[in-house]
Design a protein around this ligand. Sequence first.
Ligand code: DQA
Length: 149
Amino acid sequence: MSKLIYILNGPNLNLLGKRQPEIYGSETLADVERDCIRVASDLGLQVRFLQSNAEHQLIDWIHEAREDAAGIIINPAAYTHTSVAILDSLNAFDNPIIEVHISNVHKREPFRHHSYVSSVASGVMAGFGTQGYQLALQRMAVLVAAANK
Ligand code: DQA
């Protein structure tokens, strides 16, 4: 019974903490990873926390997750709004998917209001800051437990 959760982060999230802190806050991605590992461990989950600026790398990790992951939490960043390829790869993943956005994309430019990924996600977190990852993990624990019943 796998309890491994992939947490995937898309382009520019490596700059978290430095990039537009008025929108994304001052925590770094390393801070987010540290918090996710702590919360996951409290929930009895393991985490593989990854970031890439390359669409193909995110897709390769989603394919890899098919082999060993109980769920995927993904912040596809700008690819949210553009990538049919990431949607197709997520459609080939059979376990729960949760989409996370640090900012409230619905309050921002109209081009951020559409997500290709939402159609395959069990749920979407947006506007909860980096805490959204922890909230997504809490929900993921419930979904994984239900799938293993
Ligand atoms: C984001 C929102 C996207 O619109 C943007 O391109 C990002 C980050 C967020 O976490 O709020 O890079 O996914």
